[in-house]
Each structure stands twice: as C-alpha cells, then as structure tokens.
Write a protein that binds this ligand. Structure first.
Ligand code: NAD
Ligand code: ZN
Length: 604
C-alpha cells in the first residue's frame, strides 16, 4: 500500500511532480510493482488527481474516505475488508524504492522470531556525525535481536566518550504490518513521546508492540524538496535503480604534471610564477632525506621559504596536520605561496591536508568525509619518492583522526602540480618497494573485479595491472625502466580507484591498521595473501610475486588479540560499506558475516 496525500507540507504537490516524464507517484507505484514481491499493489489517496493518474497509467488506486493524520491510518482504512496477511507501507515519495530493502523487511516474517513480530521496518547504517546529529534523520536503537528500543531525532545512544565504538542507524520509512497490528492501531490516540518527537512509529512502542528492524544498505532518494527532485531526475537519466555511491563522478584531475628522470630540477622554474611577493613556499619533506644535501640543494629554497622534515614512521594523523598548520600560521603573516610535499603516500597526504587547512577553519578532523571542504586550498605540489599508493593523483588524503580513519575527499584535495621523477625512488628499500608497489597491484585487482567498474576506470586499471605484472614478474627490465613503469602504474591505479572503488583487502587492512597500527602497504599484503576466495587470479599472481622477490610476510598477527580488539577490527572493516558493495555486491552482508571476517583475520 502506498499512501499518497496530495498536500505535503514541505513540498506541496510533490507526488505529482514530473520525474523523467511521469509523476513521482506513478514512478513509485511502478517500482513497487516491478519488485514482484507483492500479490497486490495499491495507491491509497485523498486526491482525485492522484487517483485518476494511477488509474490512467494502468495501476490500482483506492480513494480513502476519511481525513487521516498519517499514512498508516489511511492504509488501515483501506485494508479493513481485505483478505490479507501482511501489509507493507511504501512511501509515495520514494520512487527508487529498492527491491532488496523491501525483500529484507518482508524476510523477517520468515525468521525464527516471526511470532513475536507485530511489524517490521528498515534501518540503515550511518557514520557521518553531521547526519547522526541532524534532527531530520530519525535514529533508531535496537536490542540484540534487532527489535526497536526507541526512535529519536537526537543522536541515540549519546556517546559520552567520543571514540565509543557504536553503530548508528537511521530509520527508513518502510513498514510491514501484520494486518491485526495495523487494525489494532487504527485511530489509537497519539501519546506524548510521539507528539514530542513527531515520529509516527513511536506510537507502536508506546502501546507495547514489537518492531523488528531489518538492516538495509542500499541508499535511496526521498523526494522532500525541489532539490531532491532535480537530483532524482539526474539519477533517472542514467539508470533506474542506480544507488548514490554509483552516481556520476565529476572529479578534477591534476592539471599539471611533469614526468621524467631528472624532472625534479624543474621545480624552481615551475614554482617561480606561483610565488606571491612575501609569501613563502613551505616544503614538507620525508625525513629520510634529512641528510641528503643533494636533494635539498636541488629544491633551491629562496627568501623566507621553509623546509619542514616530517616522519613517515606513522601514518598521518589529523592532530599532526593541525600542529603543522598552527606552526606555519604562527610563523608567517602571509598565507604561503604553496605547499610542496616530497615523500611517499604519508607525506603526500599530509601535504594535501595542510594545504586545505591553511584556508579552512577548525580542525582537519572536521573535514574527514566527502566534500566537506568549502574553501579552495593553497597551491600545492606533490613529488612522490616511492611509487604505488596513487596518492599523487587521488582526490583524497587519508588521515587517522580522534574517532575515525577516513580521507578528506574533496575537489580541493587534488594536487595543482605533480612532479614525477622516477630517479627519486631509487633509494627505496626493497621490502618497502614491494609493499607500496603491491598497494598499486591490489588497487587494480579490487577495481577490476568490483561491481562499480566502468570503462573509464577499467582502462586505467588494466594498464596498471599489466605494468605491475611486467615489473614484478619479469626480469627483462632494467632498474631504471622498472622505476619509470612503477611510477606510471601507481598513477593509473590511483585513477582507476578514483572512478570505482577498492575492495576486500583494503577494508580488512583498515581494521589491521586501526587496531594494530599496521601500515597500509604491508597491511594490504598480509590480507591479500589470504583472500584467494575473492580474487583467485590476483592472489595467485601476488603469491608468485612474493616468492619471486623473497618477501616474507609476518604470520599469526591476530592470534593474541583480545575479544574486544577482534570486535573492533571487525567493526572497522564492516564500516567501510562502499568497499564491500563494490567487492561483493548488494548482498555483501550475507557473504561477509562477522564470523567469516573473524575466520579470515585468524588466518593472518
Ligand atoms: P610511506 O609514505 O609511509 O613511506 C614508507 C617508508 O618509505 C617510510 O619509512 C619513508 O620514509 C620511506 N621512503 C619514502 N621514500 C623513500 C625513498 N625515496 N628512499 C628511501 N625511503 C623512502 O609509504 P607509502 O606506502 O607510499 O604511503 C602509505 C600512506 O599512503 C598511508 O598513510 C596510506 O593511508 C596512504 N595512501 C593514500 C592514498 C591516497 O589516495 N591519498 C592511497 C593509498 C595510500
Ligand atoms: Zn591502497
């Protein structure tokens, strides 16, 4: 049943707005019917206009006779005389209602506790504190069997300690009722908690009913505002059932890049036109080069330019970014002419973050997430001295913050200029060369085997994959050739994931890094070695590469974890929803269970 009231308060007449040539309500009706999950689908409405529109399009509609406060009462009235077991309330303003969500909400009635269920509804995991604290998104807390305890517009539970490991859920307005429960509630008076929060389903709790919550991980688009409608129209143009994660990506690329052995010497002439009067260039340089006078000399610092050596011992932290920014602001009256990052993925990420934070207020941890940066960063240049991460080309800077490890992913993150000089990587120790190089190989495998793959991403991924095979499995290359090729493989691998996504190894490696502090490159290798189940060909090649270069990986690293550590590791890995969706598809949760993850971690 799709309750459809004409006069929505926030966006009047929204159900009759045009969405790709048909009214929103017709789209919702058709999408619901197309799921083939229901014996009958009806629109129940108070509006003749909507009624006629549905009939005209060949659908079934029912006029509700009475005035109703809410959609549930409207459908209750309509089913009183129907011979029906379970009634699902589908929101009229959710034209992209997905089959998997509806299927999940229905499936609970086949589960072991079906007898206890009066009604079922959906929830979806949320991570962004902005969304968690937004009163427009209704949060729900559940007991161990996923029965709802309470719904609220406040963040529940309230995290006294900022890093409390708790999963937040947002309620999605789809309900499946047993007919009896629906009729029991018809016209029951509203009670104070519902009235205070203005959340309809609190009424069921206030009258002691059991609401079973199913988890859905597909995102949908609700039409609440005219802007939503514009967005929905865009989505429709591409694909009817596309999810938000897969929408078009309109990303900036690095606008200027110089390549070649010795190109590092171009730096002074590249920077000269960017210098703004008294504003210095700040060089953030990996401290492995601290005593390398030749490299320092080649940078040719001028005037009040400043060189800061940074350690890549640990992966970049938000705190570290904030400290560097503070010291630059404290020392110079003028905002710098630019930031020059010289080092591996760690230093490149740090440089990107510093350049953003010089023009944006607050702490860098406020910007971990997607598109949270509002002001353009200062000019910044990336000069990789080790190849593989793709950080030189990517639109993100991965940071460990007080409560999460997440990138600042924005249009302003991408470097303005990159210098690719393969000779700078000549001094990388062999093990490190392998680990970081494998980051690139794994990017390709995960991107090429992912469900988000498209031709754009594939063309980069395939090239990088072939380059990696040549670099790591043949002996026809000179060291010089090999360094140049790996530098380009890193670039292409980075491009490939920017337009698709990584997968199983990255999700699990984030868990290792968060709990055990294991660095990205080696962490990926440790995981990848044990996941042939998901990437048979890629892992097969990886093992060959490992043997070919006599690389020994640590073993048994999860053997002595406490239960709490293991749980945290699993939580962190599972929280990376887009990575799993890419790797295993919409049904990933049934494939990658907590038990399965534990089993895999214990192998490592
Ligand atoms: P890294 O920057 O952590 O450096 C690894 C080690 O190599 C360090 O000890 C460093 O001092 C040393 N090193 C670097 N260049 C050297 C050289 N020329 N000679 C000798 N030693 C050298 O390693 P990485 O693997 O390049 O970067 C990992 C980081 O990149 C992680 O923090 C990860 O989160 C990040 N990352 C970012 C992206 C992105 O898109 N932004 C993608 C993947 C990984
Ligand atoms: Zn990576």
């Amino acid at each position: 049943m799709i309750p459809a009231r004409y006069g929505a308060t926030r966006f009047p007449g929204k159900l009759m707005q045009d969405l790709g040539g048909k009214p929103v309500i017709v789209r919702t009706y058709e999408a619901t019917k197309d799921t083939k999950l229901f014996d009958e689908v009806y629109v129940v409405t108070d509006s003749e206009l909507i009624y006629k529109e549905i009939e005209l399009s060949g659908g079934k509609a029912i006029m509700s006779i009475k005035e109703h406060d809410c959609g549930t009462d409207r459908i209750a009235e309509a089913v009183v005389d129907m011979d029906v077991d379970i009634v699902v309330n589908v929101q009229g303003d959710e034209p992209f209602t997905s089959k998997s969500g509806l299927k999940q909400v229905l499936s609970v009635f086949d589960g072991p506790d079906a007898d206890k269920i009066d009604l079922a509804s959906l929830m979806t995991e949320i991570y962004d504190w902005k969304e968690i604290s937004d009163p427009n998104s209704v949060k729900v807390i559940v007991d161990k069997d996923n029965f709802a305890l309470y719904f609220s517009r406040s963040p529940i539970p309230y995290p006294r300690d900022k890093n409390a490991a708790v999963q937040y859920y947002k309620h999605k307005g789809i309900y499946a009722f047993r007919k009896k429960a629906l009729l029991d509630f018809y016209k029951l008076p509203m009670r104070p908690m519902e009235a205070a929060e203005k959340i309809e389903c609190i009424r069921y709790l206030e009258y002691g009913k059991n609401i079973k919550m199913a988890i859905s991980n597909t995102q949908s688009i609700e039409i609440d505002t005219p802007e939503d409608l514009i967005r929905a129209n865009k989505v429709l143009k591409d694909d009817k059932n596309i999810t938000i994660n897969n929408m078009y990506r309109n990303f900036p690329m690095v606008p200027k890049v110089v390549f070649g052995r010795g190109s590092f010497d171009q730096l002074p002439s590249i920077l000269a036109p960017q210098r703004k009067d008294k504003a210095p260039f700040i060089y953030l340089v990996d401290d492995v080069f601290k005593d390398d006078e030749v490299i320092i000399d080649r940078m040719n610092l001028r005037f009040n330019d400043k060189l800061i050596f940074v350690s890549a011992e640990e992966e970049p932290k938000t705190e570290q970014v904030d400290t560097i920014v503070k010291s630059i602001k404290g020392e110079f009256t003028y905002s710098p002419s630019g930031i020059i990052g010289v080092g591996g993925g760690s230093v490149l990420d740090l440089s990107k973050a510093v350049s953003i934070m010089l023009t944006n207020k607050g702490s860098s941890s406020d910007y971990q997430g997607w598109d949270l940066v509002s002001t353009k960063s200062v000019y910044h240049v990336g000069i990789p001295t080790i190849s593989g991460t793709g950080a030189e080309v990517s639109r993100t800077t991965v940071l460990t913050g007080p409560d999460k490890k997440l990138g600042i992913n924005s249009d302003f993150t991408t470097f303005d200029q990159v210098v690719l000089d393969p000779d700078l990587t000549a001094s990388v120790p062999k093990e490190q060369w392998f680990y970081t190089g494998m980051d690139c190989f794994i990017h390709c495998v995960e991107s090429l085997n992912g469900t988000f793959l498209n031709e754009f991403s594939k063309s980069y991924g395939e090239k990088a994959y072939d380059l990696c095979k040549e670099i790591f499995l043949s002996d026809n290359l000179s060291e010089v050739e090999s360094r140049g090729k790996l530098m380009m493989a890193s670039w292409h691998g980075g491009m490939s994931i920017a337009y698709s996504q990584v997968g199983v190894a990255h999700a699990m490696s984030y868990g290792l890094s968060y709990v055990l502090g294991i660095k990205h490159g080696i962490g990926n290798c440790i995981v990848f070695d044990h996941i042939e189940e998901y990437y048979p060909e890629g892992v097969g090649l990886f093992k060959k590469m490992k043997d070919y270069h006599n690389i020994e990986l640590p073993q048994g690293i999860c053997n002595n974890l406490t239960e709490y550590q293991m749980d945290t590791m699993i939580d962190i890995a599972l929280s990376l929803v887009p990575l799993w969706e890419n790797a295993l598809g919409d049904d990933w949760k049934s494939i990658m269970t907590r038990d399965k993850l534990r089993e895999l971690y214990l192998k490592m």
